[in-house]
Design a protein around this ligand. Structure first.
Ligand code: ADP
Ligand SMILES: Cc1cn([C@H]2C[C@H](O)[C@@H](COP(=O)(O)O)O2)c(=O)[nH]c1=O
Length: 235
Protein backbone atom coordinates (compact mmCIF):
# COMPACT_ATOMS: atom_id res chain seq x y z
CA UNK A 1 0.00 0.00 0.00
CA UNK A 2 1.32 3.45 -0.87
CA UNK A 3 2.43 5.83 1.85
CA UNK A 4 2.99 9.53 2.40
CA UNK A 5 6.43 9.81 3.98
CA UNK A 6 7.93 13.06 5.27
CA UNK A 7 11.74 13.06 5.40
CA UNK A 8 12.85 15.92 7.60
CA UNK A 9 15.94 17.39 9.21
CA UNK A 10 17.76 20.68 9.49
CA UNK A 11 19.11 22.53 6.49
CA UNK A 12 22.18 20.91 4.98
CA UNK A 13 21.53 17.40 6.31
CA UNK A 14 21.15 15.77 2.88
CA UNK A 15 17.41 15.90 2.14
CA UNK A 16 17.73 16.93 -1.50
CA UNK A 17 20.52 14.41 -1.99
CA UNK A 18 18.25 11.67 -0.64
CA UNK A 19 15.40 12.89 -2.87
CA UNK A 20 17.67 12.54 -5.92
CA UNK A 21 18.87 9.12 -4.78
CA UNK A 22 15.34 7.85 -4.26
CA UNK A 23 14.31 9.10 -7.67
CA UNK A 24 17.34 7.39 -9.20
CA UNK A 25 16.65 4.07 -7.47
CA UNK A 26 12.98 3.97 -8.43
CA UNK A 27 13.66 5.08 -12.00
CA UNK A 28 16.39 2.43 -12.33
CA UNK A 29 13.69 -0.20 -11.70
CA UNK A 30 11.42 1.16 -14.40
CA UNK A 31 9.09 3.06 -12.09
CA UNK A 32 7.83 6.41 -13.29
CA UNK A 33 7.87 9.44 -11.07
CA UNK A 34 7.08 13.13 -10.94
CA UNK A 35 9.38 15.57 -9.16
CA UNK A 36 8.13 18.77 -7.56
CA UNK A 37 10.00 21.53 -5.75
CA UNK A 38 9.48 25.11 -4.67
CA UNK A 39 12.01 27.93 -4.46
CA UNK A 40 15.14 25.81 -4.67
CA UNK A 41 18.30 27.90 -4.13
CA UNK A 42 19.45 27.01 -7.66
CA UNK A 43 16.37 28.62 -9.23
CA UNK A 44 12.94 27.72 -10.55
CA UNK A 45 12.04 24.21 -11.75
CA UNK A 46 15.19 22.55 -10.44
CA UNK A 47 15.90 20.26 -7.51
CA UNK A 48 19.53 20.69 -6.46
CA UNK A 49 21.81 19.14 -3.87
CA UNK A 50 24.97 20.67 -2.38
CA UNK A 51 26.78 17.56 -3.57
CA UNK A 52 26.46 18.98 -7.08
CA UNK A 53 23.67 16.84 -8.51
CA UNK A 54 20.45 18.35 -9.76
CA UNK A 55 17.44 17.48 -11.89
CA UNK A 56 14.51 19.21 -13.52
CA UNK A 57 11.33 19.49 -11.46
CA UNK A 58 7.86 20.99 -11.61
CA UNK A 59 7.90 24.34 -9.76
CA UNK A 60 5.13 24.41 -7.17
CA UNK A 61 3.51 27.83 -7.40
CA UNK A 62 1.23 28.74 -4.53
CA UNK A 63 -1.92 27.97 -6.53
CA UNK A 64 -0.69 24.81 -8.25
CA UNK A 65 -3.06 21.86 -7.84
CA UNK A 66 -0.77 18.87 -7.32
CA UNK A 67 -3.68 16.45 -7.56
CA UNK A 68 -4.62 18.06 -10.88
CA UNK A 69 -1.08 17.77 -12.30
CA UNK A 70 -0.91 14.06 -11.54
CA UNK A 71 -4.42 13.33 -12.80
CA UNK A 72 -3.65 15.23 -16.03
CA UNK A 73 -0.56 13.08 -16.49
CA UNK A 74 -2.58 9.88 -15.97
CA UNK A 75 -5.45 10.89 -18.22
CA UNK A 76 -2.90 11.88 -20.89
CA UNK A 77 -1.74 8.27 -20.96
CA UNK A 78 1.31 8.71 -18.68
CA UNK A 79 1.98 6.63 -15.60
CA UNK A 80 2.88 7.92 -12.15
CA UNK A 81 4.14 5.39 -9.61
CA UNK A 82 5.65 7.86 -7.18
CA UNK A 83 5.94 11.56 -6.47
CA UNK A 84 8.93 13.37 -4.96
CA UNK A 85 8.38 16.74 -3.30
CA UNK A 86 11.40 18.79 -2.24
CA UNK A 87 11.34 22.00 -0.16
CA UNK A 88 7.95 20.77 1.04
CA UNK A 89 7.98 23.21 3.96
CA UNK A 90 7.03 25.87 1.41
CA UNK A 91 3.92 24.02 0.14
CA UNK A 92 0.53 25.20 1.34
CA UNK A 93 -1.49 22.99 3.72
CA UNK A 94 -4.00 22.49 0.86
CA UNK A 95 -1.21 21.16 -1.38
CA UNK A 96 -0.15 18.73 1.34
CA UNK A 97 -3.74 17.52 1.52
CA UNK A 98 -3.63 16.96 -2.26
CA UNK A 99 -0.54 14.78 -1.71
CA UNK A 100 -2.36 12.67 0.88
CA UNK A 101 -5.22 12.24 -1.58
CA UNK A 102 -2.81 10.94 -4.25
CA UNK A 103 -1.74 8.24 -1.80
CA UNK A 104 -5.22 7.29 -0.61
CA UNK A 105 -7.20 7.47 -3.84
CA UNK A 106 -4.61 6.66 -6.51
CA UNK A 107 -2.21 4.49 -4.49
CA UNK A 108 0.78 6.64 -5.51
CA UNK A 109 3.82 6.77 -3.19
CA UNK A 110 4.64 10.29 -2.05
CA UNK A 111 8.07 11.13 -0.64
CA UNK A 112 8.23 14.65 0.76
CA UNK A 113 11.44 16.37 1.94
CA UNK A 114 11.74 19.55 3.94
CA UNK A 115 12.82 21.36 7.04
CA UNK A 116 10.41 21.27 9.94
CA UNK A 117 10.86 24.69 11.49
CA UNK A 118 11.97 28.18 10.59
CA UNK A 119 14.73 30.34 12.10
CA UNK A 120 12.37 31.27 14.98
CA UNK A 121 11.84 27.54 15.73
CA UNK A 122 8.24 27.81 14.48
CA UNK A 123 6.80 25.11 12.22
CA UNK A 124 6.31 25.97 8.56
CA UNK A 125 2.60 25.53 7.65
CA UNK A 126 3.46 22.89 5.00
CA UNK A 127 5.60 20.90 7.42
CA UNK A 128 2.97 21.10 10.12
CA UNK A 129 0.37 19.64 7.76
CA UNK A 130 2.82 16.93 6.70
CA UNK A 131 3.44 15.92 10.31
CA UNK A 132 -0.32 15.83 10.82
CA UNK A 133 -1.06 13.73 7.72
CA UNK A 134 2.03 11.63 6.92
CA UNK A 135 2.02 7.88 7.43
CA UNK A 136 5.59 8.31 8.66
CA UNK A 137 7.90 11.19 9.49
CA UNK A 138 11.53 10.18 9.24
CA UNK A 139 14.42 12.23 10.55
CA UNK A 140 17.45 11.91 8.28
CA UNK A 141 20.28 9.78 9.62
CA UNK A 142 23.15 12.02 8.54
CA UNK A 143 23.37 14.64 11.25
CA UNK A 144 24.37 18.17 10.42
CA UNK A 145 26.50 19.44 13.31
CA UNK A 146 26.42 22.54 15.48
CA UNK A 147 29.78 24.37 15.81
CA UNK A 148 30.10 22.72 19.26
CA UNK A 149 29.99 19.25 17.70
CA UNK A 150 26.52 18.29 18.94
CA UNK A 151 23.82 17.19 16.52
CA UNK A 152 22.24 20.26 14.97
CA UNK A 153 18.50 20.34 15.50
CA UNK A 154 17.63 23.97 14.69
CA UNK A 155 18.12 26.44 11.87
CA UNK A 156 19.44 29.91 12.65
CA UNK A 157 19.22 32.92 10.34
CA UNK A 158 22.30 35.11 10.19
CA UNK A 159 22.04 38.61 8.67
CA UNK A 160 25.30 40.43 8.06
CA UNK A 161 27.00 37.94 10.35
CA UNK A 162 24.56 38.41 13.26
CA UNK A 163 21.95 35.83 14.34
CA UNK A 164 18.42 37.24 14.19
CA UNK A 165 15.09 35.95 15.49
CA UNK A 166 12.71 38.35 13.77
CA UNK A 167 11.81 38.74 10.11
CA UNK A 168 9.92 37.18 7.23
CA UNK A 169 9.42 33.44 7.58
CA UNK A 170 10.56 32.73 4.02
CA UNK A 171 13.90 34.00 2.71
CA UNK A 172 15.63 31.62 0.32
CA UNK A 173 19.31 31.23 1.15
CA UNK A 174 22.24 28.97 1.85
CA UNK A 175 24.15 27.88 4.92
CA UNK A 176 27.28 29.90 5.86
CA UNK A 177 29.90 29.64 3.20
CA UNK A 178 32.56 32.18 4.16
CA UNK A 179 33.78 34.30 7.06
CA UNK A 180 32.99 37.56 5.22
CA UNK A 181 29.45 38.90 5.38
CA UNK A 182 27.74 41.70 3.48
CA UNK A 183 25.62 43.83 5.79
CA UNK A 184 22.26 42.65 4.39
CA UNK A 185 23.29 39.16 3.36
CA UNK A 186 20.93 36.47 4.69
CA UNK A 187 22.56 33.18 5.50
CA UNK A 188 21.69 30.25 7.71
CA UNK A 189 23.59 28.22 10.29
CA UNK A 190 22.47 24.98 11.89
CA UNK A 191 22.80 24.86 15.69
CA UNK A 192 21.96 22.55 18.58
CA UNK A 193 18.99 23.72 20.67
CA UNK A 194 21.20 24.93 23.53
CA UNK A 195 23.11 27.31 21.27
CA UNK A 196 20.01 28.34 19.31
CA UNK A 197 18.27 29.34 22.56
CA UNK A 198 21.35 31.31 23.65
CA UNK A 199 21.65 32.97 20.21
CA UNK A 200 25.17 31.61 20.10
CA UNK A 201 26.12 31.28 16.45
CA UNK A 202 29.63 30.18 15.52
CA UNK A 203 30.60 33.83 15.04
CA UNK A 204 29.21 34.88 18.44
CA UNK A 205 31.00 31.94 20.06
CA UNK A 206 34.27 32.97 18.43
CA UNK A 207 33.86 36.56 19.60
CA UNK A 208 33.07 35.42 23.14
CA UNK A 209 36.12 33.17 23.18
CA UNK A 210 38.34 36.01 21.97
CA UNK A 211 37.10 38.49 24.57
CA UNK A 212 37.61 35.91 27.32
CA UNK A 213 41.23 35.48 26.35
CA UNK A 214 43.59 37.26 28.77
CA UNK A 215 46.19 39.09 26.70
CA UNK A 216 49.76 39.22 28.01
CA UNK A 217 50.13 42.68 29.59
CA UNK A 218 53.26 44.37 30.94
CA UNK A 219 52.10 46.74 33.73
CA UNK A 220 55.46 48.54 34.02
CA UNK A 221 55.40 49.44 30.32
CA UNK A 222 51.88 50.92 30.53
CA UNK A 223 51.86 54.80 30.41
CA UNK A 224 48.42 55.01 32.08
CA UNK A 225 48.11 53.54 35.59
CA UNK A 226 45.52 50.76 35.74
CA UNK A 227 42.36 51.48 37.77
CA UNK A 228 42.46 50.34 41.37
CA UNK A 229 40.54 47.14 41.77
CA UNK A 230 39.03 46.40 45.17
CA UNK A 231 39.93 42.88 46.08
CA UNK A 232 37.47 41.02 48.28
CA UNK A 233 38.70 40.65 51.83
CA UNK A 234 40.20 37.27 52.58
CA UNK A 235 37.74 35.02 54.45
N1 ADP B 1 32.19 18.56 -0.59
C1 ADP B 1 31.39 17.68 0.02
N2 ADP B 1 31.80 16.44 0.25
C2 ADP B 1 31.00 15.53 0.87
N3 ADP B 1 29.77 15.79 1.25
C3 ADP B 1 29.31 17.02 1.06
C4 ADP B 1 30.08 18.03 0.42
N4 ADP B 1 29.33 19.15 0.36
C5 ADP B 1 28.15 18.85 0.92
N5 ADP B 1 28.14 17.56 1.34
C6 ADP B 1 27.05 16.83 1.99
O1 ADP B 1 25.84 17.30 1.49
C7 ADP B 1 24.96 17.57 2.56
C8 ADP B 1 23.97 18.61 2.12
O2 ADP B 1 23.16 18.00 1.14
P1 ADP B 1 21.81 18.66 0.59
O3 ADP B 1 21.07 17.54 -0.06
O4 ADP B 1 22.12 19.85 -0.22
O5 ADP B 1 21.11 19.09 1.99
P2 ADP B 1 19.65 19.61 2.31
O6 ADP B 1 18.78 19.37 1.13
O7 ADP B 1 19.22 18.81 3.52
O8 ADP B 1 19.81 21.05 2.66
C9 ADP B 1 25.87 17.99 3.68
O9 ADP B 1 25.33 17.73 4.95
C10 ADP B 1 27.07 17.06 3.48
O10 ADP B 1 26.82 15.82 4.10
C1 LIG C 1 15.37 28.21 8.39
C2 LIG C 1 14.74 28.85 7.20
C3 LIG C 1 15.09 28.46 5.92
N1 LIG C 1 14.52 29.06 4.85
C4 LIG C 1 14.91 28.66 3.50
C5 LIG C 1 16.39 28.69 3.21
C6 LIG C 1 16.55 27.67 2.10
O1 LIG C 1 16.29 28.33 0.87
C7 LIG C 1 15.43 26.65 2.42
C8 LIG C 1 15.93 25.37 3.03
O2 LIG C 1 16.67 24.65 2.07
P1 LIG C 1 17.58 23.35 2.41
O3 LIG C 1 17.60 22.62 1.11
O4 LIG C 1 16.90 22.58 3.51
O5 LIG C 1 18.92 23.84 2.84
O6 LIG C 1 14.55 27.30 3.33
C9 LIG C 1 13.55 30.04 5.02
O7 LIG C 1 13.00 30.56 4.06
N2 LIG C 1 13.20 30.43 6.29
C10 LIG C 1 13.77 29.87 7.37
O8 LIG C 1 13.40 30.26 8.51
Amino acid sequence: MAELVFFSGTMDCGKSTLALQMDHNHRARGRRGLIFTRMDRAGASVLSSRLGLSTGAVEVQEDLDLWGVVVAQLTGGGAVDYVICDEAQFYTPAQVEQLARLVDELDIEVFAFGIMADFRTRLFPGSQRLVELADRTQVLQVAALCWCGARATHNARVVGGVMVVEGEQVVVGDTLTSADHDEDEVEYEVLCRRHHMRRMSSRAAQAAALSADVLPFDLDACPVPPPAVGLPAAP
